[in-house]
Design a protein around this ligand. Structure first.
Ligand SMILES: Cc1cc2nc3c(=O)[nH]c(=O)nc-3n(C[C@H](O)[C@H](O)[C@H](O)COP(=O)(O)OP(=O)(O)OC[C@H]3O[C@@H](n4cnc5c(N)ncnc54)[C@H](O)[C@@H]3O)c2cc1C
Ligand code: FES
Length: 264
């Protein structure tokens, strides 16, 4: 499908909670965990969404209802048409050894996709930390339980699992266990807190970052990060620790839809 836009019906919708839905499509998509597609809702433009899963006959996305675009998407029903192009961006690398995944909020879809791929490719040991504000906001609890050797939960209000953040648990897990690789995907504040912990433990890591993306293919410049001019839609959204250390904008600033730089 790459670079070609296809128009297709929504094959299924699963309500995850009052503000999160998973959309299923019956069309094959060759994509890897961490990559994203550009989704058009007719009359509302298009936005990037990470893949929750993709295979020879289907793909899926989990979407949080936020502003005008996602509100319009939430009015659509099974059988209604949308259009999709992609996949775009760099995926997570596939580490075969002992792997820790640290996720937060509705940025966990690529980690669920990654867990499935790692499990299928014979990962030695896989631990997932799933963080959210409340128990109701947690995603894919049963899936992570099934796919991982150990699956831990953190909620800000303590309504399920450990009371605190996924980074609190990450610190504890790293005192008990050794890992070859850490994958991090969450709100930027969470990622910003997790990165120093990975660095202190000298464990190679990759992060999933989000920036305002209009084109997804390196043309518009809306996702560019200072000072290197890194084009996140093409060189990311997955970045390794070395690449990330050259980006001053991380945890500090992003561009709004007009391209103006704003503090996070
Ligand atoms: C690589 C990537 C993967 C993403 N994956 C998911 C996902 O799996 N699930 C999901 O629910 N959302 C995902 N998003 C965010 C999604 O693209 C939309 O930004 C979000 O749904 C808000 O759209 P809205 O118009 O409804 O809300 P708005 O009210 O317009 O925006 C809400 C917030 O999102 C930011 N935003 C708006 N448009 C964009 C844009 N085109 N790119 C980046 N940020 C934007 C705004 O600055 C604002 O902070 C992803 C974004 C990127 C860049
Ligand atoms: S979104 Fe247009 S250059 Fe990256």
């Amino acid at each position: 499908m790459k670079n070609d836009r296809i128009t297709l019906p929504i094959a299924g919708i699963r309500e995850e909670n009052s503000t999160l839905r998973t959309y299923y499509f019956d069309s094959g998509l060759k994509a890897a965990p961490g990559q994203f597609i550009m989704l058009t809702v007719f009359g509302q433009g298009e936005k990037p969404f990470s893949l929750l899963d993709a295979g020879p006959t289907s793909f899926s996305l989990t979407v949080k209802r936020l502003g005008a675009f996602t509100q319009e998407l939430f009015t659509l029903k099974e059988g209604d048409l949308v259009s999709v192009r992609g996949p775009y961006g760099k995926s997570f690398s596939k580490s075969p050894g002992r792997v820790l995944m640290v996720g937060g909020g509705f940025a966990t879809p690529p980690l669920k996709f990654l867990a499935k791929k790692l499990r299928n490719s014979g990962v030695d040991y896989l631990v997932n930390i799933n963080g959210a504000r409340t128990a109701d906001d947690l995603l894919y609890v049963d899936d992570f339980q099934e796919l991982c050797d150990r699956s831990l939960i953190a909620t800000d209000d303590g309504s399920q699992g450990h009371k605190g953040t996924s980074v609190d648990i990450m610190r504890d897990v790293l005192t008990e266990d050794n890992f070859d690789k850490i994958y991090i995907s969450g709100p930027e504040r969470m990622v910003d807190a997790a990165v120093p912990v990975a660095r202190e433990n000298n464990i190679p890591f990759e992060v999933n970052l989000e920036r305002y993306m209009k084109c997804g293919v390196g043309i518009c410049g809306s996702c560019v990060m200072d000072p290197t001019g890194l084009i996140l839609c093409m060189e990311g959204p997955i970045l390794d620790g070395e690449t990330l250390s050259a980006v001053d904008d991380f945890g500090v600033a992003h561009r709004d839809k007009t391209g103006r730089r704003q503090r996070i």
